[in-house]
Ligand binder design. Structure first.
Ligand SMILES: *[C@@H]1O[C@H](CO)[C@@H](O)[C@H](O)[C@H]1NC(C)=O
Ligand SMILES: *[C@@H]1O[C@H](CO)[C@@H](O)[C@H](O)[C@H]1NC(C)=O
Ligand SMILES: [Zn+2]
Length: 506
């Protein structure tokens, strides 16, 4: 009897202690779905000596709760603030807002063999990108209607490590159909994208300036942008090329001649009226024109500057490959470097950097545009026939930093070009800066650490070999990437589950 009594009592004590534990754990520290994050806490602090905030680079800590930045504190003695809380101290590493890439082609649905949401966002996360906006072409079907946008959103399910938004396509078929465009925008497209020259994909035809004006008129009511690939095929120059039988298609110079700066200039000239429509009191007031991947730093840039100073609502981006490479350095047959508009000479590259430093170029984007390696025609090395598109998503932060150091770029500038202004363009008012109330979308990285992009470097693009950055030595190593408070990538590992969120405009 007595023994049984003791047993019953100890069982009761055990039960009681389990109950106490059960009650105590959630009150002490709420646990979150740890499969979404490498850090299983809902409420924590991260600290470092270099936190990039809109007020400058500070020593301090960022408090995160429920995926949101709830406070940012300055100072190096913060023990009091942290009492009983989880703290991750990153020491000298930089904590910056995560990068927002407003121009990426992830090719899903329809061309997952080129990239896809899974590998694409895995690469993005490893590169410190916390949000990317997917382009409406190179997937199949193209995102040109409410229905095709729905297919995109469905295709992201359980596959995205970072947040993903979508641009819709402005094409001749929908440009004069207001209800079709409204359907696409009501369904959540963050804005529209169109081409002024053939896109390279048959089901994404080019638009003329009439289509563009119609598109802007509809966008005006939504306060959303139109992104424009600004190149116009000039016949005269095309013919010169066609007749030039002696030119070597393996030479980058041959390709460069087929797409001169005058193509960009002509397109932007043709856009002048449409840009004027975005002024206060204009027909498309509320809409915005964003010129994608500017390569020509001369006449084209001057036209954009003029439009801006006349009061038009205009911004322009360029990409790391135009800032890193120069035409004359590209080896014969190395079609990894083919893109449109083309990479121009070193003098132009210098002018692009200057325009970026002087704020005439507003922001950067990857224009990550991969394909299967076969389409790059590495055996022939034919620049005229190979797929045009540069694969770069995972490397844009170290590339911008490594090449920008020559121009003494600052961490604050990086955050402006890669986070703050892209957030504004894509309407993400709770992203793009380390401030209270924003999503805890952060990148922690070590600018001074160099690494080799060799076969030992873990690259998550579906086709690492097609990237022109492979084989290079870069500076700036990403330690951790936080998306809405989840560590989705940290020290060479991804979270077990892909918990990024598709972003739809409301
Ligand atoms: C316009 O788009 C709507 C919705 O997509 C479609 O039902 C309609 O047939 C289109 N109208 C024309 C004239 O193409
Ligand atoms: C653009 O193409 C449409 C046909 O889709 C045509 O009606 C319009 O006149 C063209 N605009 C210009 C400027 O060529
Ligand atoms: Zn593109």
């Amino acid at each position: 009897m007595e023994i049984v009594g003791w047993r019953a009592l100890s069982l009761l004590a055990l039960l009681a202690s389990i109950l106490v534990l059960y009650i105590k754990t959630p009150s002490k520290q709420m646990e979150i779905n740890s499969d979404c994050s490498l850090l299983p806490y809902d409420h924590y602090w991260i600290s470092s000596k270099r936190i990039v905030t809109p007020q400058g680079v500070i020593t301090g800590a960022v408090e995160v709760k429920g995926g949101i930045i709830v406070s940012v504190v300055q100072g190096d003695d913060l023990q009091g603030s942290f009492s009983r809380a989880h703290v991750v101290d990153y020491g000298d590493a930089v904590i910056m807002p995560g990068l927002i890439d407003v121009h990426a082609h992830l090719d899903e649905p329809g061309r997952v063999e080129w990239e896809g949401f899974y590998s694409g966002t895995k690469a993005a996360a490893a590169g410190g990108i916390t949000t990317l906006i997917d382009m409406p072409l190179n997937s199949f079907p193209s995102t040109v209607s409410e229905e095709t946008l729905r297919l995109k959103v469905e295709a992201t399910e359980k596959k995205i490590y970072v947040d993903v938004g979508f641009w819709g396509g402005l094409v001749p078929e929908n440009a004069f159909n207001t209800s079709a465009l409204q359907g696409l925008l009501n369904a959540g497209a963050l804005g529209l994208k169109s081409f002024m020259c053939p896109s390279g994909i048959n089901d994404f035809p080019m638009t003329n300036s009439t289509h563009i004006k119609e598109g802007l008129y509809v966008l005006a009511k939504y306060n959303r942008p139109l992104l424009i690939h600004a190149e116009i095929v000039l016949d005269s120059e095309m013919k010169v090329e066609m007749n030039d039988g002696g030119s070597d298609a393996r030479s980058y110079a041959t390709y460069l001649k087929t797409r001169p700066p005058s193509w960009e200039e002509a397109a932007i000239r043709e856009l002048q009226e449409a840009m004027q429509d975005t002024k206060f009191g204009g027909r498309a007031e509320g809409a915005h024109v964003h010129i994608v991947h500017l390569s020509d730093a001369k006449a084209s840039l001057h036209l954009i500057k003029d439009a801006k100073s006349s009061g038009a609502s205009v911004t322009v981006e360029t990409c790391p490959h135009y800032l890193a490479f120069a035409a004359e350095e590209i080896a014969d047959g190395d079609t990894r470097f083919k893109c449109a508009p083309p990479i121009r000479d070193a003098v132009n590259r210098q002018k692009l950097w200057e325009a970026l430093m002087e704020q005439h170029i507003d922001m950067l984007s990857s224009d990550h545009s991969p394909s299967v390696p076969d389409l790059k025609l590495f055996d022939e090395g034919d620049f005229l026939k190979a797929w045009g598109g540069i694969s770069s998503l995972q490397f844009v932060l170290p590339v911008t930093w490594s090449y920008g150091r020559k121009y003494r770029i600052t961490l604050t500038q990086l955050a402006t070009w890669w986070s703050e202004r892209p957030a504004k363009l894509s309407g993400q008012i709770h992203k793009g800066a380390i401030v209270r109330g924003n999503h805890a979308d952060l990148v922690v990285w070590e600018p001074e650490v160099e690494f080799e992009l060799d076969e030992n470097h873990k690259t998550y693009h579906k086709h690492p070999t097609i990237s022109p950055y492979m084989g290079m030595r870069l500076s700036g190593k990403v330690l951790a990437t936080f998306v809405r408070g989840n560590i989705v990538y940290g020290r060479g590992k991804h979270a077990p589950e892909a918990c990024g969120v598709p972003i739809l405009a409301k």
